[in-house]
Write a protein that binds this ligand. Structure first.
Ligand code: GUN
Length: 296
């Protein structure tokens, strides 16, 4: 029997509805409208699309969403001064500097300048540390946080399960492991992280009850690598050439969906899986930042 498809669009819509209700409640109780400010440096077309969708999602949830657009030539000091101003602005609860930033700007320096209480991306080392120690005050990066919500919402019992993560990135792989090893709902897993130097990758992936692919290699995970009945979460978003498609390319994940779905018990599609969860979690983090800012 083919795997059940985990519908990221539907789960993200539920998260966004909860966020909208929470935002309205905070406004009614404390007169505070949660606000996210996105800073975009340069004119990368893909980043411009992401940023526009973040602003739109904020407004749809009844939140303030502002974008500050800076020229690609903006000096690093000027960007840091913008962050200082946003850190000091009580109406701004979440700050996100869209990555990548131009090469003359040190991304780590920028991330570290953001007040960790406003770091709704969960990229600041303080938040990385809080996520690792299981401090509920911290902000987890939106993509792994979204994966965890998907596991819970689709009824996956994670306790005691073998979770294997493909990819050790700071934004997905490492925080994903940190979330899954905590005790509690959507966690309590035994976690393995595999990466480019891992030996006998298949031996690891075949042990996984929950397999999370975040390596950025189109359709790398094939059916023979998957344990029958496993839950497969595909974080990959890869462009592959496709002359038959209108745009000349199509988007595929890190998992070969059509074959793996014959082996897995549940699987996320690409698109329509993890992707929509990322913005939903960004909104959720921003509302929480707003709530924490007034001690609510
Ligand atoms: N660029 C692509 N995705 C993201 C994200 O989630 N956060 C930031 N800051 N930049 C990105």
């Amino acid at each position: 029997m083919p795997a059940e498809r985990i519908d990221g669009v539907a789960i993200a819509a539920r998260v966004r509805a909860t966020v909208a209700a929470d935002a309205a409640a905070l406004k009614a109780a404390r007169g505070v409208t949660p606000g996210l400010t996105v800073v975009l440096v340069g004119d990368d077309p893909a980043s411009a699309v992401y940023v526009a969708s973040k602003e739109k999602a904020c407004k749809e949830a009844g939140m303030n969403g502002e974008t500050i657009r800076l020229a690609a030539s903006t000096p690093e000091a000027e960007l840091l001064a913008v962050i200082d101003r946003l850190n000091a602005d009580a109406t701004v609860h979440g700050i996100l500097v869209q990555m990548p930033v131009p090469k003359h700007i040190d991304a780590q320096k920028v991330i570290r300048r953001i007040d960790p209480r406003k770091d709704v991306d969960g990229f600041h080392p303080v938040n990385a540390g809080k996520v690792l120690i299981g401090d509920a005050d911290g902000f987890a990066p939106c993509t792994p946080a979204g994966v965890q919500v998907m596991l819970v919402e689709s009824g996956v019992d994670t306790a005691g399960k073998e979770a294997v993560i493909l990819g050790r990135s700071t934004i997905v792989g490492k925080p994903m492991a940190a979330l899954l090893i905590q005790s509690g709902k959507g966690a309590d897993c035994t976690v393995t992280i595999c990466h480019s130097r891992t030996k006998d990758l298949k031996a690891h992936t075949r042990r996984a009850d929950i397999l999370i692919a975040a390596i950025g290699k189109p359709e790398m995970v094939t059916a023979d690598m998957v344990k029958p009945g496993a839950v497969v979460i595909d974080v990959g978003i890869n462009r592959v050439d496709d002359p038959t498609a209108k745009k000349g390319y199509r988007i595929v994940g890190d998992v070969q969906y059509d074959t793996v779905r014959e082996v897995a018990s549940k699987i996320t599609p690409v698109p329509g899986g993890v992707g929509p969860m990322t913005i939903a979690m960004l909104l959720a983090n921003t509302v929480r930042a707003a709530r924490l800012s007034v001690g609510a």
